[in-house]
Design a protein around this ligand. Structure first.
Ligand code: HEM
Ligand code: NAG
Ligand code: NAG
Ligand code: NAG
Ligand code: NAG
Ligand code: NAG
Ligand code: NAG
Ligand code: NAG
Ligand code: NAG
Length: 331
């Protein structure tokens, strides 16, 4: 009996060592190779079909990952729904009536839950969907490291304070990205995401009626769909030249004063980032390489790993057992 116990204890110790070692490992591209080998191809197929149904979905999924990562790291906090007792990030100013793609993430999650229950995190799904979206729209590919876990919390006020806004000037944009460890060049590279997707009239109205660093014909054409009063939700492409292709036209537009958002045009307005805009506008290879590196860096922002966080069953809510533990801890 005694020896049986000591063998059992030894086994548990070994188990602990292995699990703790594995759990504290860094993110890895092969994280699901043994536990869910078909996860990545399943996610890619679902993204491809969502994007072929509606090109804009590629842009929306890319933005979801950004809005996740800049608020307490890439932990899928952005996906949590509000409830009677819980306010998540979805209604924070940068997200409310703006973020989209949640149903596509739900579809992907239910597919991977069927394949391998409780294994693939929502945060990793966001990182992979962002990469697969960029590839589907003709942009660069990169290797996504995996093993992020999902938060059991969200932070409404951090979503309001940590995401940059369309009225930001250059120094505020640089500061917002520096706050997450990004250089001004990385700010310029990541902003190239605005080569795809749409924005609402309400976020560019002031620019098209009041600003002088905008091409006058471009401003004029936008005023029709974005009147001074009303039409807040009317949509216009962020990249007027090639709105459904992930290319470097965003930068050449800026050089022609055809940035849609005030914040976009700030990157080429006589300031310190003009040179980088010219570099990316003249060489899409350089843009693609720098964009891919910056996306990898963004995907590495403060992930939950090891025994931190959980693998949510439903990306919109924390697991029932963690509600129990959170309540017990607060007693
Ligand atoms: C540099 C600071 C940034 C600001 C101020 C900013 C702001 C905005 C705003 C205001 C919109 C339009 C939202 C709406 O009208 O509902 C938008 C759309 C978008 N943003 Fe950004 N953004 C920034 C950086 C980024 C970054 C770093 C990414 C990705 C890595 C990104 C990806 C996108 C995409 C893809 C869309 C279009 C989404 C869609 O069509 O659903 N943005 N952004
Ligand atoms: C396809 O896109 C449309 C919007 O263009 C959307 O209403 C519809 O739900 C999408 N269908 C699927 C299967 O995703
Ligand atoms: C929310 O709060 C109400 C009343 O305080 C409680 O009855 C309910 O169980 C709570 N819901 C959750 C999900 O905690
Ligand atoms: C979010 O948008 C809805 C609909 O426009 C609005 O009623 C609500 O007040 C907004 N929420 C916040 C927190 O601003
Ligand atoms: C993108 O890169 C990943 C990882 O390096 C690779 O597995 C995948 O096949 C690539 N996708 C495309 C479309 O090239
Ligand atoms: C939420 O974010 C705000 C603003 O960044 C911060 O002051 C606050 O401490 C955060 N709350 C929690 C519970 O982490
Ligand atoms: C940029 O915006 C910040 C915050 O709104 C403001 O304090 C600063 O003076 C502005 N800088 C310039 C150069 O306009
Ligand atoms: C233009 O700027 C003025 C002064 O800041 C402001 O009152 C007005 O609302 C702005 N117009 C638009 C359409 O945003
Ligand atoms: C673009 O930059 C790459 C290096 O990043 C260089 O190899 C290539 O020659 C450049 N292409 C052009 C057209 O300048």
């Amino acid at each position: 009996m005694a020896s049986y116990c000591s063998i059992w204890i030894a086994c548990m110790c070994l188990f602990n060592v292995l699990v703790v070692r594995m759990a504290s490992a860094q993110l890895s591209p092969t994280f699901y190779s043994l536990t869910c080998p078909d996860a990545l191809t399943t996610i890619k197929s679902a993204v491809d079909s969502a994007v072929s149904n509606e090109t804009r979905m590629g842009a929306s999924l890319l933005r979801l990952h950004f809005h996740d990562c800049f608020v307490n790291g890439c932990d899928a906090s952005v996906l949590l729904d509000d409830t009677a007792n819980f306010t998540g990030e979805k209604t924070a100013a940068p997200n409310n009536n703006s973020l989209r793609g949640f149903e596509v993430i739900d579809t992907i999650k239910s597919q991977v839950e069927t394949l391998c229950p409780g294994v693939v995190s929502c945060a990793d799904i966001l990182a992979l969907a962002a990469r697969d979206s960029v590839v589907a729209l003709g942009g660069p590919n990169w290797t996504v490291s995996l093993g992020r876990r999902d938060s059991t919390t969200a932070n409404f006020s951090a979503a309001n304070s940590d995401l940059p806004g369309p009225s930001f000037n250059l120094s505020a944009l640089i500061a917002s990205f520096a706050n997450q460890g990004f250089s001004a060049n990385e700010l310029v590279a990541l902003s190239g995401s605005h080569t795809v997707g749409l924005a609402r009239c309400v976020v560019f109205r002031d620019r098209i009626y009041n600003e002088t660093n905008i091409d006058s014909q471009y401003a004029e054409s936008l005023r029709t769909m974005c009147p001074i009063v009303g039409g807040d939700d009317n949509l216009s492409p962020l990249d007027v030249t090639s709105p459904t292709y992930f290319d470097n036209a965003y930068y050449t537009n800026l050089e022609s004063e055809m940035g849609l958002l005030h914040s976009d045009q700030q990157l080429f307005n006589g300031g310190s980032t003009d040179d980088q805009v010219i570099i990316y506008g003249s060489n899409s290879t350089t843009f693609f390489t720098d964009f891919a590196s910056a996306m990898v860096k963004m995907g590495d922002l403060s992930p939950l790993t090891g025994t931190n966080g959980e693998i949510r069953t439903n990306c919109r809510k924390i697991n029932e057992d963690s509600i129990f533990y959170l309540l017990a801890a607060s007693k």
